[in-house]
Write a protein that binds this ligand. Structure first.
Ligand code: GTP
Ligand code: MG
Length: 407
């Protein structure tokens, strides 16, 4: 495929620092889409021009640049209305896409599992439909045949949307059954969240190395690119003392994440809302980490995370020296620094309700003894005439199950 020559265009009203950062990020997003960024045009504006977003002088300048440099596509930093996009397109004479469409495109390229593929197509369809319907309304009464075509297209797309949503439901059902089964076993779930490229998948891989059973524990894909991960992966982490938890890695967040996308990925993100603990990974080496942290916190609220405790995990300390930025654990997932501190903090939070108890197990019930040796931390054991006396640390689940044996 030929690489498209791309021009990035952005405008800002006040905050230049934040704007420059968002343009840098737009460039990374464009690169993730394999667009060849030729140049960047920015403008400080007083007010947005409703018709073309940018002022007419700027639009003319862009139009000339497009001709002189054989630009194939313009990527706008903001999300514009259909008519704005169309007006700019007509003025500059090349394809124009906004940030939402670009992000959806990246997701479409990365999606591999059936669930992710359906979710992305749903978000794309909704994006197109929202544009089509405004288009349709605008044209209503103006032209004859065009409307009928829009109307037909819209029906077709809506039909496809209904079909996909039903299919997604099916796919998701299976995963939910698995989740329920886990819930029954009372293994706590820890969700890793954070801005894209903050090091979530690397952290999952690193914590895996600290797991004492490493049987089915395959590592996940981690790479220096935006949205390397689109699917949710869960791994079992077994600690010493027979304690264990499930660790879940999932899709990252980004500034101005399209709303349709959050909605479409609801089932993927649901795992986070049901987690027992969240690790919020923050990339300290990024100048804008505070803003990224805020954006992540806002998305968490949007997807309905309310009562889940959160540990802030400041990552990439190997690239950043000062550690006085906030409450949390400071690690390098890549260099594997302070991972034990993090695991201790995770344990402290997850297992704070565990009780250390003394119990006597009759010899006739030695299967219980065997079960506890396998599944709980048996601290002392004493073989008496009347049974086995043990001191053991129990989860609430096991405590309820065996409290009749307590001394
Ligand atoms: N220097 C340094 N680089 C790190 C560290 N942790 C992760 N990285 C790098 O950061 C990049 C992104 O890592 P990932 O683990 O893929 O990040 P992610 O949060 O899963 O990203 P997405 O899945 O794309 O949202 C990779 O190039 C990692 O090698 C760290 O502690 N130090
Ligand atoms: Mg990842």
């Amino acid at each position: 495929m030929e690489v498209e020559r791309t021009l990035l265009v952005g405008a800002y009203e006040t905050n230049e620092v934040a704007f420059n950062y968002s343009m840098e990020e737009l460039k990374k997003l464009a690169n993730s889409c394999e667009l060849d960024v030729i140049d960047v045009i920015s403008q400080k504006i007083k007010t947005i021009t409703p018709k073309t977003y940018l002022g007419s002088g700027k639009v003319e300048e862009i139009s000339e640049f497009v001709k002189d440099n054989n630009i194939d596509v313009i990527v706008l930093n903001d999300n514009l209305s259909t008519s704005q996009i169309r007006n700019i397109q007509e003025a500059v004479g090349c394809r124009v896409v906004d940030r939402t469409t670009l992000i959806l495109d990246i997701f479409a390229r990365r999606a591999k599992t059936k669930e992710a593929i359906i979710q992305v197509e749903i978000a794309q369809l909704k994006n197109i439909l929202s544009r089509l319907s405004t288009n349709f309304n605008e044209r209503l009464g103006l032209r004859g045949p065009g409307e009928t075509k829009y109307e037909l297209d819209r029906r077709k797309l809506e039909k496809r949307l209904v079909f996909l949503e039903a299919e997604l439901k099916e796919v998701v059902k299976n995963r939910q059954t698995q989740r329920k089964r886990r819930k029954k076993n009372e293994i706590p779930v820890v969700g890793i969240v954070g801005y894209t490229n903050s090091g979530k998948s690397t952290l999952l891989n690193t914590i895996l190395e600290y797991s004492v059973d490493n049987l089915e524990n395959k590592t996940v894909y981690a790479e220096d690119m935006l949205f390397a991960t689109l699917e949710t992966t869960t791994r079992h982490i077994a600690l010493k003392n027979k304690k264990s938890f499930l660790l879940t890695d999932t899709v990252g967040f980004v500034s101005k994440l399209p709303h349709q996308l959050i909605k479409a990925f609801r089932s993927t993100l649901e795992e986070i809302t049901e987690a027992d603990l969240i690790l919020h990974v923050i990339d300290l080496s990024n100048n804008n980490y505070n803003r990224q942290k805020e954006i992540t916190e806002n998305v968490l609220l949007e997807i309905g995370v309310k009562d889940v405790p959160i540990i802030n995990v400041y990552n990439k300390i190997d690239k950043f020296a000062s550690l006085t930025v906030g409450e949390g654990i400071f690690i390098s997932a890549k260099e594997k620094s302070n991972i034990e501190d993090l695991i201790n903090e995770i344990s402290k939070q997850l297992f704070k309700n565990y009780k250390t108890v003394k119990m006597t197990i009759p010899y006739a019930s030695s299967t219980i003894y065997n079960y506890l040796k396998e599944n709980a931390d048996v601290i002392t054991e004493d073989f008496r005439d009347y049974g086995i006396e043990i001191i053991v640390e129990l989860s609430n689940y096991l405590y309820q199950k065996y409290k009749h044996l307590l001394n």
